[in-house]
Ligand binder design. Sequence first.
Ligand SMILES: *[C@@H]1O[C@H](CO)[C@@H](O)[C@H](O)[C@H]1NC(C)=O
Length: 346
Amino acid sequence: MRTAAALVALAATATVASAHWPGADAANARKRHSDIKRSSGYQLSGYYAGQDFLNLFDFATGSQNGGLANFVDQETAWNQGLVEVKKGEVHLRTASWVNPDGNTLNAIKLTSKAAYAEGLYLWDIARMPQVCGSWPAIWSTGPDWPNGGEIDLVEYVSLQSKNGFSVHTGPGCWAGSTGYSAEGMLAGANSLNCDAHATDSQGCGFRTTQNATCGVGANAKGAGVYALEWSSAGIKAWYFPRGQVPQDIKDKNPNPWSWSTPDMYIAAEGCNPSTYFQPQTLVVNSNICGTWPEGVWHTDGDYSGQSSGSCAALTGADTCRDYVLNSAHDFSHAYWRIKSFSVYNY
Ligand SMILES: *[C@@H]1O[C@H](CO)[C@@H](O)[C@H](O)[C@H]1NC(C)=O
């Protein structure tokens, strides 16, 4: 979420990742072995849906990254209908009107009461924001940013359909170049450098090669499950579209070793999690405009799955800010429907 202006100018991506696993046969043999050994290693420590989900969080107030979102307290959120539990799902909305200050729209930023470290975290999302100017994210941050680490599990803007996974750390944390399937978002020498200071705050970001892994594309398929595994081996993240959620997740007996190659893998070899990550506070928010959406407002987004054209072209507005302040009613599309959040530990 500490996205620097540098990121927004990106028009191309460098392929830094490869899904190939060297020594496939030996690795498969090891994997099969570890599947057997570890298949029931993770135990459910918490399953949160509806009000139980909301009880995990506080409503943070203020603004973020130069955005127009005015994050409101819990009472305001309920009074204005921005939060609701319906059919077991948590709806998190953005106001579709401009505040009397003429500059902001009310929105929600949930921050977890607890901090979370090693474990497996599953976010089952039914629907996510899809509108030009939105900047939704599910992320987490440790103390003393960036030294306590930041992990962005869901992040995209506007009508982008390829999710961005990233981590931001202090100096010395490098992503490897194998063991995951997404593509580096930054080109050049720092594309695998997760050090926030060396990358103008961006850290190491990875965009899925597969389309429809967030936003409008994911919604069309009923959205899906985002998974994050933090273990001594490193930090891995996956997106599973609704029709392709592994059966072991549905059975509440998840076995990450049996899943597909992760979208992102920050391996301990280049970035020991115990050095670079402290227990993380989870955040779910929907920002509006701000550095990233404004910065790519005029950008055609083939690389990000926004093949429908730039938001400038689609809306006819010259800036994100102009568009939002004149078409706030479109922010009725900027809502989340969250089915559940679950935590597994050894
Ligand atoms: C990616 O998904 C979006 C949203 O469904 C769609 O508009 C776009 O055309 C897709 N891009 C490609 C290359 O298939």
